[in-house]
Design a protein around this ligand. Sequence first.
Ligand code: 16G
Length: 236
Amino acid sequence: MINKESPIPIYYQIQEHIRENINQQKWVKGEAIPSERILTEQFGVSRMTIRQAVQGLVDEGILMRKRGSGTFVSNEKVEQPLKEITSFTKLMEQRGMKASSKITLFSVRKPNEVEAEKLQIDIEADVYHIERIRLGDEIPIAIETSIVPCSIAEGLKEEDIQHSLYEFIEVKKGYQLGDAKQSIEAIGATERISKLLDVPIDSPILQIERVANLRSGTPLEYVRSQYAGGRFKFYL
Ligand code: 16G
């Protein structure tokens, strides 16, 4: 299978084989690929070469590592429509994926000037500061930092944001969601983003900033998020 005399680097030849296996659906999307040991035997090359080949495809987003359970063929990207406000939990459920969150910060504090202006609240009013890593089928997809006025989400608990913030707002507080203003820009993964989303440093990230309003027009949330560019896309 591998031509060691060829000027084409061996790791590259292996990557071509792997791509072909995926295109021909011998290796199925969402399923684990054979272990390094098996690939080493199959291709008759060193483990180092297999690692180099696999890492390149992971960096491209074609393969994906799941901590503790191996390397998988990536699924399609998660798509989010931009014409309506969709909760992350609902978006995942619609796609038959399991949504989960790791809460990295949950506190009540005073807003800074930008936050107070975006949320149209007094600088002395309290806000919830929520930072979550959002996962789909255990794969980290986004880091979300939401600032929400306490006057709207009073009584919000950790278990609520563990599940769905928007469900709390709609079901427990009885509000209806309205519209939002949102910007999307490209950045490279910083060291922190790279750690939290489990992507290489400098890999493409979609950075979102938005203010979401209740149906009444009152601002509900000022959110800044970083989405792994290889796992997510927006459409309109
Ligand atoms: C989406 C929203 C985010 C909101 C979250 C609530 C975008 C870009 N972001 O991720 O602003 O906080 O949903 O999700 O649409 P939850 O109801 O699952 O907590």
